[in-house]
Design a protein around this ligand. Structure first.
Ligand SMILES: Cc1cc2nc3c(=O)[nH]c(=O)nc-3n(C[C@H](O)[C@H](O)[C@H](O)COP(=O)(O)O)c2cc1C
Length: 208
């Protein structure tokens, strides 16, 4: 029985194409793997405090055995609970839109919570090594314009690239990557583009 963690980084629950990808993956996976447990995290609903001085100082103090303020204590505990949830999952699915060329802000905060030396990676004399390499991971992303390989805007895509690069530090080097793109650029083909993309998501969820 596998534990699956599904992280969704959009609050556009009705219209969002990345949300449709999340929902498609969830329902297909559930029916293909009824014995597995699925935990969903909707990042906007979590109201994550920004990752900043309070978190960094709190984590530093804890590592040094120093006393934390009540606020630092609470924030460090919250960060560690997300780290533990992630580390305990056998499979992880991220779904996120491309907004202003990158991921929505709560996704940056969430990744910052997880990107901790000693937890998801560690430093060695020959460079950092990842500590979570044995997970199966899928990245699902939607973007209204065209950004795939060979298109003029390829370099401007910083959502999939950001997540791929971030998790590679943790040792996740070959995630499944699926994207739906160009439905805003070609509104007359919107339904067809989204439909074809969701079929790919369905196939991936069956085999995941
Ligand atoms: C706040 C916001 C910013 C966006 N920025 C871009 C962008 O930079 N480039 C682009 O091609 N599409 C952009 N879009 C369109 C989305 O990429 C498109 O709606 C896609 O389906 C992903 O978002 P969704 O899951 O909310 O549908 C943006 C949409 C929103 C709501």
């Amino acid at each position: 029985m596998a534990k699956v963690l599904m992280i969704n980084a959009s609050d556009r629950f009705e219209q969002g194409v990345s949300v449709k990808m999340h929902k498609q993956f969830l329902t297909t996976y559930q029916s293909a793997h009824p014995e597995d447990t699925i935990e969903e995290v909707h990042l906007f609903a979590e109201n994550l405090p920004y990752y900043g001085d309070q978190a960094i100082t709190g984590q530093y103090k804890k590592a040094q055995g120093m006393a934390l303020t009540n606020e630092e204590e609470a924030l460090v505990a919250k960060i560690e609970s997300y780290q533990d949830q992630f580390m305990n999952a056998d499979k992880v699915v991220f779904s996120f839109p491309l907004w202003n060329y990158t991921v929505p802000a709560p996704m940056i905060t969430y990744l910052s919570y997880l990107a901790q030396a000693g937890k998801t990676f560690r430093y060695t004399a020959t460079g950092p090594i990842g500590l979570v390499g044995d997970k199966e991971v899928a990245l699902l992303s939607a973007r209204g314009g065209l950004y795939s390989e060979g298109t003029p805007m390829e370099n401007a895509e910083m959502a999939m690239k950001l997540v791929r690069q971030t998790i590679s530090l943790w040792g996740i080097i070959s995630p499944i990557e699926l994207f739906i793109e160009g439905h805003n650029a070609a509104p007359d083909q919107k339904d067809q583009i989204i439909g074809a993309g969701l079929e790919q998501v369905e196939q991936a969820a069956q085999q995941f």
